[in-house]
Ligand binder design. Structure first.
Ligand code: NAG
Ligand code: NAG
Length: 273
């Protein structure tokens, strides 16, 4: 019976976000990118997009990534999955994302969003929108950053302020965590459910990615962010890029049976003259 408390404590360690309490390192193969690029590295879909500057990012097959930016105006590095074809979040399964960020250095940052990000793209049914779940920032978000503050909501055990911003034809949905954190698990599905309750237009999504975005309307942003842990899960399983072709385990060549020679017996009737 003395064993019991020990068993329970082990159990709670397993349930807690263990990646937040242990050092994380990039593992697996990686790709270094120094221009705008949307692609995949093994099972991980990624994108580097920036407006101006000398930028880079390294994306790893374990989902982790690191981001460097110099004299940029708007810079986004992100890692996760594309949803091909785009689907309603509720049809995809239960979506969660784990992230851990290290703010290596930064200067001249006017705005920043760290968390989960995605788009609808090319959907025939709904217009394009961007969604953000912001769990961390480099600098406080200005209160007037979006043109509609919807309200505060408890989402997955924490308080978030939800905003909608319309910018020309583009609509952006934001959940901004009141108490920021640099590591954790974001229940993406819970945010979509809350947004739907508020009456945000239900729409199909084309991506779910862990995001680091920094910017300044007048440019000149420098710095680096490191995400030693980033993973997107669907129904408890690490989501995989549709573009990923898993290595096939070598199959033993079947021993070739000696070919049977079919001897056609042609009966020749001697021509009788
Ligand atoms: C990536 O960008 C950062 C920030 O400008 C820079 O410090 C770093 O040297 C760059 N990495 C490579 C490999 O070019
Ligand atoms: C930074 O970028 C601006 C253009 O956005 C350019 O005019 C300026 O020369 C750049 N500065 C440096 C130090 O590269």
């Amino acid at each position: 019976m003395k064993v019991l408390p020990f068993v329970f404590s082990l159990f709670s360690i397993t349930l807690a976000e263990s990646f937040c309490n242990t050092p994380s390192e990039h593992t697996g193969d990686s790709i270094f990118v120094d221009k705008n690029l949307k692609s995949n590295v093994g099972p991980v879909d990624f994108e580097l997009w920036a407006n101006g500057g000398n930028n880079n990012a390294t994306f790893y097959t374990d989902g982790s990534f690191s981001c460097g930016f110099k004299n940029t105006t708007d810079y986004l590095c992100r890692s996760g999955i594309q949803i091909v074809p785009d689907q309603y979040p509720s049809d995809i399964g239960h979506i969660k994302a784990e992230f851990k960020v290290e703010k290596v250095n930064f200067e001249n940052v006017q705005y920043s969003y760290i968390g989960v990000y995605g788009w609808t793209l090319g959907s025939k049914v709904n217009k394009v929108f961007e969604y953000y779940i912001v769990d961390d920032v480099l600098v406080p978000i200005p209160s007037d950053f979006a043109n509609e503050k919807i309200g505060d909501f408890m989402i997955d055990g924490a308080e978030y302020t939800v905003y909608r911003n319309t910018n020309g034809g583009l609509t952006q949905y934001f959940s901004v965590r009141k108490v920021t954190r640099s590591c954790g698990t974001i229940d993406v599905t819970a945010h979509f459910e809350q947004w739907e309750k508020i009456g945000f237009q239900k729409s199909t999504i084309s991506e779910v990615k862990v995001l680091g975005e920094i910017g300044n309307d007048v440019g000149g942003v420098n710095g680096a962010l490191n995400f030693p842990h980033a993973k997107v899960y669907i129904d408890g399983k690490v989501a995989q890029s549709k573009a990923y072709v898993p290595p096939t385990t070598p199959v033993e060549e079947p021993v070739e049976e000696p070919k049977k020679t079919i001897t056609k017996i042609v009966k020749c009737k001697a021509k009788k003259n």
